[in-house]
Design a protein around this ligand. Sequence first.
Ligand code: GLU
Length: 463
Amino acid sequence: MTQVRTRFAPSPTGMMHLGNARAGLFSWAYARHHGGQFILRIEDTDLERSTEAAIKVILDSMAWLGLDYDEGPIRQTARLDRYRAVLDEMLADGRAYKCYASREELEALREEQRARGLKPRYDGRWRPENAQGKAIPEGVKPVIRFRNPDNGDVSWTDLVKGEISISNTELDDLVIARADFVPTYNFAVVVDDLDMAITHVVRGDDHVNNTPRQINIYRALKAPVPQFAHLPTILGPDGEKLSKRHGAVSVMQYPADGYLPEALFNYLARLGWSHGDAEKFPREKFLEWFDLAQVSRSAAQFDQAKLAWLNHEYIKEADNDRLAGLVAPLIEALGGKLEGAPDLARVVALVKDRAHTLHDIANAALLFYANGKADPALLAQHVTDAVKPALATLREKLGAVAWEKPAIAAAVKETLTQHGLKMPQLAMPVRALVAGQTQTPSLDAVLELFGRERVLSALGTSL
Ligand code: GLU
């Protein structure tokens, strides 16, 4: 069997959003599942709209999601000579031709067709047989058109959508290059997929309508036609096209928003594909399971709550040192000072179970790295004369115990019994004194992390 070769071919003209990333992910997974090769191609022939910044975002997004490629990034702008050579061959024998119709002329043609109730369509007026003897108009730069077959059908078995067939009478002679020989998408994509020996074209179903046109070009080039798999659209939660409000944001917004790559990876993998009722699975399992047969034919729906749930699950199981490395800059950005304060990995371990994003961890951890000074009103409210004797007892006991959670908890409990207090009556003033706030995780864990020195000195200020 020939080796599977797939590609991801984004255009660097805007952001890389979830729809693009999902196409890249499935294409990559198909190659990996079949032990094949995966190629990254940058479709940058739209010279006005392509930017280096957008290319960088594509590369960063791929790296962040862990989508590695065997070849590339190959830029189409590095292949202009190759497209030109193919165009020359096609022009030489009439498979393609120059069209000098002006914009106004084409607009008039469309108007006339509409008025007659016809579908607007180029009428072949510059096909070689029609152009004979015609004067080439001054000042019009020609485009190059592909001579589409007039009759017959174009059919293929889409690996997701099944049989698709379009009549050539529905198609017209497509513009495949500008006057300067810079190709349009439909032409460059065929030459590239051919030259790169792509066996399976996996892409979003917004390209279904381009596929018959591309198949006709393959045929004109006497080339084998690859298999096609068109992935279902991703809709927003409201069933509308994905918009900025939900998911049509750049992939790189997710790390900025505190998501782990494995969470977004897992989320994208389930967007239009399923394996039984598996919701959370590691990348190795996905690669083992993935095939196009389980890609859904119907649209997928973006679900922010599910993505947040996955992120929460992956945060819970992530290595604490790794999380600490990711969270440290976030804490500093919140004004926290990490030096001399409790070990961040231990703090992460304490607070991560309730976090849905890395920002949640940073916010919860901040209390250990803020200056810890409560405002006087808070202290006045909680550190009353009535509770001060108990604070003194606790301080004395904490000065003598082994500095570990169970011993700290025992000291707190003994103090409560001795002074006939309930937990909150003691915990609130202690929290206010030590942490500068009354909302914290469990008291013994917090005291342990702050360390004996800080705890004794904070309790001392009340006496
Ligand atoms: N550059 C096209 C896009 O970003 C690629 C489509 C394809 O995969 O053929 O939509």
